[in-house]
Ligand binder design. Structure first.
Ligand SMILES: CC(=O)N[C@H]1[C@@H](OP(=O)(O)OP(=O)(O)OC[C@H]2O[C@@H](n3ccc(=O)[nH]c3=O)[C@H](O)[C@@H]2O)O[C@H](CO)[C@@H](O)[C@@H]1O
Length: 406
């Protein structure tokens, strides 16, 4: 029987599923799900870019040979969370009216994920939450992600937990086990896919000595803006001055950060301020790192999968698996603490290199397949039959025309 055949001679249209992509990490983490759904003839995936990262999100999708089916107009720049949310929510309503999805998917904890969940609830549509069940334990950190995660859990019908701990969190929050899927994190699928799709791309600055251990740094979370960000930059300056390592500080285009970065990072011989990198290039850099310092969620997961020891530039993490496995450690954002933690590791390079053991706590690279299969199984009955135009009785039609002439 064809996947488009209902079995009683009736032809069914594919299930229309919209994937909400707002930011760079959502594009990376939903690309494998879109690819898995595209491989299913019973499903018609549609990627909606909300305009939150208007330029970055489509660019990241392109690395996976994916194109958005809808580009919403970005929220006007310089707006606060409330105005941005209301702009995206209005766009979401128009998109639902025009494209008539039958299931919606959101990922993680961004503003786009949150507004997508609200829009699905208002439209009465089933909602899938990818990367469900992460909790930092502190409602205001990271902000606003932690409140978004908790709110999305209240709207979702299928919760795709990336790890056993996340699965247990959702069960402890009294969700029915039949609505919680232990899928694994799709970022691990993305990492494998990108290695297959794009040739390795080495963007190391010529001034970087490949013989020295490489430290990769990213820092841009909202709660680290201001004095904390300055402290991180100053710590990197101190580490670079040791002269026995190369520091690649991959920056974020937010002017509130890039201005500070330029002032505090430039002019140091072993400290390299790099612009945001394309996903394949960033993965290439991460693979070569001896140590990573980051406040990013996705990078904690990717570094663990690659076995790169990680110092987390935050006071809490919702990704406790890496810490439990010993591949990651929370160091916060106090300058002296960062220098002492990273310096201690660099002082014993053989031990640092020996600790480079890939950790599979975040998934096995098959998360997207599990999620796509669960969606197909759960909501195939929402597919609508093809409506054929009425075939009229030719004799009756002729009789009626003759009657009309008479
Ligand atoms: C701490 C936190 O709340 N983080 C949330 C945030 O992501 P997260 O903190 O991961 O967001 P980032 O902006 O750091 O993006 C990380 C991703 O971008 C890639 N990268 C990074 C730098 C670069 O130059 N080029 C590049 O491609 C990394 O490989 C990684 O895959 O939104 C995600 C999407 O909902 C959620 O899963 C995370 O929980």
């Amino acid at each position: 029987m064809s996947p488009l055949d209902a079995g009683d001679g009736q032809t069914l249209l594919p299930l229309r599923v919209s994937l909400i992509v707002g930011t760079r990490p959502e594009a990376i983490k939903l690309a494998p799900v879109a690819i898995a759904l595209l491989a299913m003839p019973e499903v018609e995936p549609m990627i909606w870019c909300t305009g939150q990262h208007a330029h970055w999100a489509p660019e990241m999708l392109a690395h996976f040979n994916l194109e958005p089916s809808r580009l919403m107009p970005p929220p006007p720049s310089g707006q606060g969370l409330t105005q941005m949310a209301s702009h995206i929510l209005t766009q979401m309503q128009t998109s639902i009216q025009d494209d008539r999805p039958q299931v919606m998917i959101v990922q993680g904890d961004t503003l786009s994920a949150f507004t997508g969940a609200v829009a699905a609830a208002y439209a009465g549509l089933p909602l899938v939450h990818v990367e469900a069940g992460l909790r930092s334990g502190c409602r205001k950190d990271p902000f606003p992600e932690e409140v978004h995660r908790r709110a999305i859990a209240a709207f979702a019908d299928l919760h795709c937990a990336p790890t056993e701990a996340a699965w247990q969190t959702l069960i402890d929050e009294k969700l029915s086990a039949s609505d919680v899927l232990l899928s694994g994190n799709t970022v691990i699928d993305a990492l494998h896919l990108i290695r297959d799709l794009v040739p390795a791309n080495d963007l190391t600055p010529a001034s970087m000595d490949p013989a020295r251990p490489l430290i990769v740094v990213t820092c841009h979370r909202r709660e680290n803006w201001g004095a904390r960000y300055e402290a991180v930059c100053k710590a990197m300056r101190q580490l670079a001055r040791r002269g026995d390592c190369e520091v690649a500080f991959v920056t974020h285009p937010n002017p509130a950060l890039s201005d500070i970065a330029r002032v505090l990072l430039d002019g140091q011989p072993r400290l390299h301020r790099l612009p945001p990198l394309a996903y394949p290039s960033f993965m290439n850099l991460l693979e070569r790192a001896a140590l990573v310092l980051t406040d990013s969620g996705g990078i904690q997961e990717e570094a663990a999968a690659l076995g790169v020891p990680t110092l987390i530039l935050r006071d809490t993490t919702e990704r406790s698996e890496g810490v439990a496995a010993g591949i990651a450690r929370l160091v916060g954002t106090v300058e002296a603490d960062i220098v002492s933690a990273a310096g201690g590791l660099l002082d014993d390079l053989p031990a640092l290199r020996a600790s480079r053991v890939p950790c599979d706590a975040y998934g096995d690279g098959r998360a997207a397949h599990r999620i796509a299969s669960a969606i197909r199984e759960r909501w195939s009955d929402r597919r609508t039959p093809v409506v054929h135009p009425q075939i009229s009785d030719p004799a009756a039609a002729l009789a009626s025309r003759l009657r009309a002439r008479a």
